[in-house]
Design a protein around this ligand. Structure first.
Ligand code: EPZ
Length: 420
C-alpha cells in the first residue's frame, strides 16, 4: 500500500510541464491494434492505467517497448482476441478494446467491465450501437462474445454523448466497408485526438469535436508516430492546487482551449489567469470566493473529472457553493474524507452544498477513487498541519508522480510505500 504525507501551508510557485492525457492514450493504445504494424506514442504517461493497457496488448499478441516518455507498440503478430475477466476488472475502460479487436479479428470476447467507485458504469449504449451495426452479441457468465462478420454501416444515435461508446464505434467502424455516422457523439477533446490518430494511420473520419461523426471505412491502416495531447484534467488539478495554497504557478504544455470552463470558473472566483500559446499562469494572491452553482456537463461544459478537485478548493473559499454532478450517480465519495479535515459539506444524491471554512486541518484520509484522491491532496496542501492521504494507488492510475510535480512547486509532500 502507499500513502502521501503532506504538510500543508506552503505557497506553490514555479513552473511544471503537463504530460500526455490518460483519457486520450487509452483509446489510442486500443487503436494501435488496427494497423497490424508499428505505432510510436510520444508523451505516453507513466501511469498504472497505461501499464494495464500494455498488459492487455501483450495478451493479444502485441510487442510493446517503453522508455521514459515513449511507447512503441507492434501489432503485426496479434493472435488473440479475448480479454480475461481479471484484466477487465483491473481497469473497466479496457472495454474500449472491444471495437478494435472486432475491427481486426472479426470476433472478440471480453469480460464484463462491471461498475466502479463512481457508479454502475453500464455499457448498454456500446452494445446497443454495436447491435445496430450488425454485430452479433452473446452475454453469458460475465463474458461478452461478439461477431462482426455481418457488420452493416449505418447511422447510430447515442442516448447520451458517451465518450467510451463514441470511441468504441469509431474503432469498430474505421476498417469496415461503408459509411457509419454517430449522432449525439461525445465532443471531448480526447475524441478529436483519437480521430487525428486514426486519420494519420489512413482512416477517413470527420466531425470529431461536434456531435456528429462520420466514419468512412478503409481496407487497411499504416504505421504511425503520434504525440498524445496534454492532459487537461491534470492541468485543472494543478490549477485548483494553486488556488487552495495561494500559489503563483506556470503550466507548460497545456491546450488552454480544452480547459476554458475551468479558467472561467477560477477567474470568477478571483484568480488571475493568463494564457499564452501552450502556457498558462495562475496567480491566487488573495482568498478566493465562490457563492454560486457549478454543474458538471459533457464537454465543453465543466468536466466531471475536475469536480472533486473543485469541491476541495471551494471548501476553503469564501461563500457557499452548490455542486451538481450530472454525469455519474456516485461521484461525491471525497466529501466524507474532506469532512474529516473540517470541511463543511452536505451531500444529497447528486448535489453537494459546500460552506467555505477559513482553513482545513490535517487528518488521516483515504482516497476513494482517482479524482477524489487528487482532491484530498489538494485539500492537504492548504490544510493546517500534516495529512496522510492513503490508498494512493487510485491516484497512480491517472497522475504520473503527483508528489514530484507538487514538490517541484514547493509543496511539502512525500510518498510512503508501506506494506501491511
Ligand atoms: C470517460 O469514461 C472517461 N474515462 C472518464 O474519466 C470521464 O469521467 C467520462 O468519460 C465522462 O467524461 C476514459 O476516457 C478512460 P461515458 P466513460 O461513457 O467513457 C453512462 C477519469 O477520472 N453510460 O461518457 O466510461 C455512464 O455510466 C475517468 O479519468 C451508460 O449509462 O464515460 C456515465 O454515467 C472517470 N451507458 C455517463 O454515461 C453506457 O453504455 C458518462 O459515461 C455508457 C455510459
Amino acid at each position: 500500500m502507499s500513502a502521501y504525507i503532506i504538510n500543508g501551508g506552503n505557497y506553490l510557485s514555479g513552473e511544471i510541464r503537463i504530460g500526455g492525457a490518460k483519457n486520450s492514450v487509452l483509446p489510442i493504445m486500443a487503436a494501435s491494434l488496427l494497423n497490424l504494424s508499428e505505432t510510436v506514442l510520444l508523451d505516453c504517461p507513466r501511469i498504472s492505467d497505461v501499464d494495464i493497457s500494455v498488459e492487455i496488448l501483450k495478451r493479444l499478441g502485441c510487442k510493446v517497448f517503453r522508455d521514459e516518455t515513449t511507447a512503441v507498440i507492434d501489432s503485426s503478430d496479434i493472435n488473440n482476441f479475448e480479454i480475461p475477466l481479471e484484466l477487465m476488472n483491473k481497469m473497466r475502460s479496457s472495454f474500449i478494446f472491444l471495437g478494435a479487436m472486432l475491427a481486426v479479428g472479426g470476433k472478440a470476447v471480453c469480460g464484463y467491465p462491471g461498475g466502479c467507485e463512481l457508479g454502475a458504469r453500464p455499457i448498454d449504449m456500446h452494445l446497443k450501437a454495436f447491435k445496430k451495426l450488425g454485430v452479433r452479441i452473446k452475454e453469458q457468465g460475465g463474458y461478452i462474445s461478439c461477431d462482426s462478420s455481418h457488420f452493416k454501416a449505418c447511422k447510430v444515435a447515442l442516448d447520451f454523448p458517451s465518450v467510451g461508446a463514441t470511441e468504441n464505434i469509431m474503432l469498430l467502424a474505421c476498417k469496415q466497408k461503408g459509411t457509419t455516422t454517430i449522432i449525439n457523439a461525445a465532443r471531448e477533446p480526447e475524441i478529436s485526438d483519437l480521430q487525428n490518430f486514426l486519420n494519420s494511420m489512413g482512416a477517413k473520419i470527420s466531425g470529431a469535436g461536434s456531435n456528429k461523426i462520420k466514419i468512412e471505412g478503409v481496407a487497411s491502416l499504416k504505421s504511425v508516430k503520434k504525440r498524445i495531447m496534454p492532459d487537461r484534467i491534470v492541468a485543472a488539478t494543478m490549477m485548483f492546487a494553486a488556488c487552495i495554497s495561494g500559489g503563483n504557478i506556470t503550466l507548460k504544455n497545456v491546450t488552454c482551449s480544452h480547459i476554458e470552463s475551468v479558467i472561467l470558473l477560477l477567474q470568477g472566483c478571483g484568480a488571475d489567469i493568463y494564457t499564452h500559446g501552450d502556457s498558462l499562469d495562475i496567480i491566487c494572491s488573495k482568498r478566493l470566493r465562490f457563492s454560486d452553482t457549478l454543474c458538471t456537463m459533457p464537454y465543453p461544459g465543466f468536466p466531471t473529472d475536475a469536480q472533486a478537485q473543485a469541491v476541495a478548493a471551494f471548501s476553503t473559499m469564501e461563500g457557499t457553493s452548490i455542486v451538481k454532478e450530472t454525469i455519474f450517480e456516485n461521484r461525491f465519495n471525497h466529501a466524507s474524507e474532506l469532512k474529516k479535515m473540517g470541511a463543511d459539506i452536505t451531500v444529497d444524491d447528486r448535489i453537494a452544498v459546500i460552506k467555505g471554512v477559513k482553513r482545513l486541518s490535517g487528518a488521516h484520509v483515504y482516497a476513494p477513487d482517482l479524482r477524489g484522491g487528487a482532491a484530498l491532496v489538494i485539500a492537504a496542501l492548504g490544510a493546517e498541519g500534516t495529512t496522510v492521504v492513503d490508498n494512493i494507488h487510485y491516484i497512480d492510475r491517472g497522475y504520473e508522480q503527483l508528489d514530484k510535480m507538487l514538490s517541484a512547486l514547493g509543496g511539502d509532500i512525500k510518498r510512503n510505500d508501506y506494506y501491511e
